[in-house]
Design a binder for this molecule. Structure first.
Ligand SMILES: [Zn+2]
Length: 202
């Protein structure tokens, strides 16, 4: 477990990086995932830790469309990772299951029937959830079976893993292939001016 002092450091880092607001449905999704994976006791542990760190927002009574400061929502992932000693695979899995908890995602996915449409609309999709950052559908090649998404959005590096899982899930919704992979090929945490995700399938 990370010492409380270094969690405070991470908190500072997140608050410097994560600007703007995100829909409450995202925060609720994080807690839904924690409840599914670690049970009610697990949820309590994360709540306690967040309160201790002066950063708790009660998720259940919020209107899912309410705007919550993004840093507070991102911090929940970091605290949960610390409390349960989660690996990066779990963060990926958390991102991968996130769309199923978001009613915005559910509504939008009903209208995004094809891969091309989903790809084209991804930037709008991002804006429905976040007030900051920009998701750019950079390239799609159906013949070579890959697509490239660029994300201009400053965030804690742990979030890159979460987004990787998330983008993969959205692609899994619209491509039938069971062999879909995602790679982050550029990252703002490593000096690039955007994060770049390449998704390919067979
Ligand atoms: Zn990144």
């Amino acid at each position: 477990m990370i010492e409380k002092t270094s969690l405070m450091e991470e908190k500072k880092k997140i608050f410097q990086l994560a600007k703007g607001y995100v829909r409450a449905t995202t925060l609720q999704g994080h807690f839904n995932y924690i409840r599914e994976k670690e049970g009610k006791e697990g949820v309590k542990k994360v709540q306690e830790k967040l309160k201790e760190l002066g950063c708790y927002t009660e998720p259940w009574e919020l209107d899912p469309l309410a705007w919550i400061p993004l840093a507070k929502v991102d911090f929940v992932i970091l605290v949960a990772k610390d409390v349960f000693n989660w690996t990066e695979e779990v963060i990926f899995e958390m991102g991968n299951s996130a769309p199923k908890y978001s009613f915005i995602a559910k509504i939008l996915m009903k209208t995004f029937l094809s891969l091309k449409r989903t790809f084209q609309e991804s930037s709008k999709y991002w804006k429905k959830h976040y007030t900051s950052g920009e998701l750019i559908p950079y390239k799609i090649d159906k013949k070579e079976k890959y697509l490239v998404l660029r994300l201009k959005h400053s965030c804690h590096p742990l979030l890159c893993i979460f987004y990787k899982g998330y983008f993969l899930r959205i692609t899994q919704y619209v491509i039938e292939s069971k062999e879909i992979t995602i790679k982050e090929t550029k990252c703002m945490s490593k000096g690039a001016s955007y994060h770049e995700f390449v998704i390919s399938w067979k």
